[in-house]
Design a protein around this ligand. Structure first.
Ligand SMILES: [Zn+2]
Length: 634
């Protein structure tokens, strides 16, 4: 998963001192497994485009003698938050032949039909009006759904193979609609057409999202697999050839990382399901597909030469989700074996699975020559700046952030920057620090790549006996892959809140870490807050730990009214503050709800800093060799 949190990272740097029934379980099968017999049939139809309603039926032969239960997941793997998809389910009915069968609801997401003999059909509708990659969407332009929010599991029968009939919407104007999905077509259906698709079990059914519509498309071969791009949302002048060529290079580079000999991907077909919109950014990984949401202006157009920042961001998103095909879809924490879709699944390893993925997403763009060395170092500098400016990293470790993702990282609020560290961003930096440490200690003979390959060989999904990666497995895996004991480093950087010393870690690579002042908005930084416009007023979105505003008693949610008696708005705050020097006192008037309060704020001394990685003008041959090995330019 990759998504954009509200920009909560602190833009303020403290001065010098450290701030301070049957559980719904889907046992993973090897993804290529096929099973005989077909007793569970799903059907889904875009029934009401204007009302955003899918109509779903599930037909079960020989349902449970005491009454068959059906249950919808409470969350979707890859996005670690309880989402209660059942809240969008309505009008649940059941039939045995033409006879109506009673259905009762047992809990928030479980239904039970009265006992019947023979065959039972459950029918319901699902409201689909969510633009994210995690749920379902339907209107007259296109439809998209994740199985986790439309297909109930047949309780106790999750391991059985099933089929889903994907039906077209009624009405004119949809004759050109097609289907894109990682599901394989059943005999009699041609891929891409409406018809019947097959899944080896419920786990596969809900791990293959489906896009419906008259979407743009492109195909390419890479890593021994057929790849498809299915793109919903109008993008004028889309350069599909460029998109396909760049993704092909990226996919081949990733397969080479995990399988340097065969260079083969672990699937024969992969689909990028892309929704290009006016705004939005996010992705969700699946076994042989990914759903991506991006801005339409981030996609390439004919004649575009340099990949601009927005396109590089899109490529980074695609890289992140594709990497997950190996890393979290096929090598998983033991805590996800099997997924329990009824409740939170706790692991302290999301920093390994999401953090390592966040590290490699851009690094592999650089190795695929889709980023220059300079562009990659700039991207890395931005991540270092964001993390080192986030006060939350001093209170929470990435291991703890992983464990509490369900209630903290995925549910940000005004206190998040002060209390929570991103296991994506700091996790990526820990991966970087481990990689640099291994490369420097082994003179470039070993790297984090070897650790990944070791875990890939030892832990890839392999049937019912699959155990997954144990919570404490990483230090041992590193030792086996590299001969180095990095237990102490992991304890400090990942299980503790220590920052890696990047200046020291980059030195053997001939790269310096420089601090430079940020000049854009020094004034705002002097209060130590992040503001947002709320009904035209200047509201404090975040008040950072240890900041002048915090010391004076201001809180998130307060509405700034005046500075030294002059009215303040979001547009005038910086201009007003620019007249003051660090150390000056300013009288701040603010509404807290409807109470007018006054505060005396002593403005901060120090403007924030930006960190920048700069290759040294002169580097030793050994340093250049290490750097070339790391960036894949050797
Ligand atoms: Zn991810």
């Amino acid at each position: 998963m990759l998504f954009l949190l509200a920009r909560t990272q602190a833009a303020w740097q403290p001065c010098g001192k450290r701030l301070a029934l049957v559980a719904q379980r889907s046992v993973p099968a090897p993804y290529s497994a096929t099973k005989p017999g077909m007793t569970i049939q799903y059907a889904i139809r875009p029934a009401d485009l204007a009302g955003h309603l899918f109509h779903v039926t599930i037909t079960v032969r020989e349902p449970h003698a005491q009454g068959q239960c059906f249950r919808l997941p409470a969350w979707i793997p890859g996005s670690y938050m309880i989402r209660e998809f059942a809240r969008h389910v309505g009008r649940v009915t059941a039939l045995a032949g033409s006879r109506r069968v009673r259905v009762e609801k047992l809990d928030k997401h479980t239904w039970r039909a009265a006992p019947v003999r023979g065959s039972l059909t459950l029918a319901y509708e699902v409201y689909a009006w969510d633009h994210s990659v995690r749920a379902a969407h339907l209107d007259a332009r296109f439809g998209f759904f994740n199985g986790a929010c439309v297909f109930m599991a047949v309780c106790g029968r999750e391991a059985e193979p099933c089929q889903v009939k994907i039906l077209p919407p009624d009405g004119d104007g949809r004759a050109r609609w097609r289907v894109a999905t990682g599901l394989a077509p059943a005999p009699g259906t041609r891929y891409g057409r409406f018809g019947t698709y097959a899944a080896a079990d419920y786990d596969e059914l809900i791990d293959c999202p489906v896009l419906l519509g008259d979407f743009a498309g492109a195909h390419f071969e890479a890593a021994g697999a057929a790849h498809e791009i299915a793109l919903a949302g109008s993008v004028p002048k889309l350069d599909t050839a460029r998109l396909a060529a760049d993704l092909a290079r990226l996919c081949a580079t990733q397969a080479r990382l995990f399988e340097p000999r065969s260079r083969q991907a672990p699937f024969s077909r992969f689909v990028f399901l892309v929704h290009a919109a006016d705004d939005g950014y996010g992705g969700l990984e699946h076994r042989n597909s990914t759903a991506l949401l991006c801005r339409r202006d981030s996609l390439p157009y004919p004649g575009m030469r340099e990949a601009g920042e927005k396109y590089r961001e899109f490529l980074g998103l695609a890289s992140h989700e594709y990497f997950h095909s190996w890393w979290v879809k096929r090598v998983r924490p033991a805590a996800f074996i099997p997924y329990d879709l009824t409740r939170e699944n706790y692991t302290r390893l999301l920093w390994v699975f999401e953090g390592f993925t966040s590290y490699y997403d851009d690094l592999l763009l650089a190795r695929a020559r889709l980023l220059t060395e300079d562009q990659y170092l700039q991207a890395l500098s931005r991540t270092i700046t964001r993390v080192l400016h986030s006060p939350g990293r001093l209170k929470q470790s990435v291991a703890d952030s992983s464990f509490d993702a369900w209630i903290k990282y995925y549910r940000p609020d005004e206190n998040t920057p002060n209390a929570v560290v991103s296991y994506y961003q700091k996790g990526a930096l820990v991966a970087l620090a481990l990689d640099l440490t291994i490369r420097a200690a082994t003179a470039g003979r070993r790297s984090l790549d070897d650790v990944l390959r070791h875990l890939w060989r030892e832990y890839q999904l392999a049937g019912a006996a699959y155990q997954g990666v144990a919570e404490q497995a990483l230090p041992e895996a590193i030792a086996q892959a590299t001969g180095l004991d990095l237990t102490r480093h992991i304890r400090a950087w990942a299980e503790g809140t220590e920052d890696p010393d990047f200046a020291r870690l980059f030195a053997p690579f001939g790269i310096a870490l420089q601090r430079s002042p940020v000049l854009e908005t020094p004034a705002r930084a002097m209060l130590g807050v992040q503001v947002r416009s709320h009904e035209g007023a200047c509201q404090l979105a975040h008040v950072f730990d240890g900041s002048p505003a915090r010391q004076a008693g201001l809180s998130a949610g307060d509405q700034l009214v005046a500075l030294d008696g002059l009215r303040v708005t979001p547009a005038t705050l910086d201009t007003l503050l620019a007249r003051y020097a660090p150390g000056d006192q300013v009288e701040v008037a603010a509404f807290r709800r409807d109470d007018l309060l006054r505060f005396t704020v002593t403005l901060a001394r120090q403007a924030p800093l930006r960190y920048e990685l700069k290759p040294a003008a002169r580097a030793s041959r050994a340093a250049l060799r290490l750097r070339a090995g790391w960036l894949g330019t050797r």
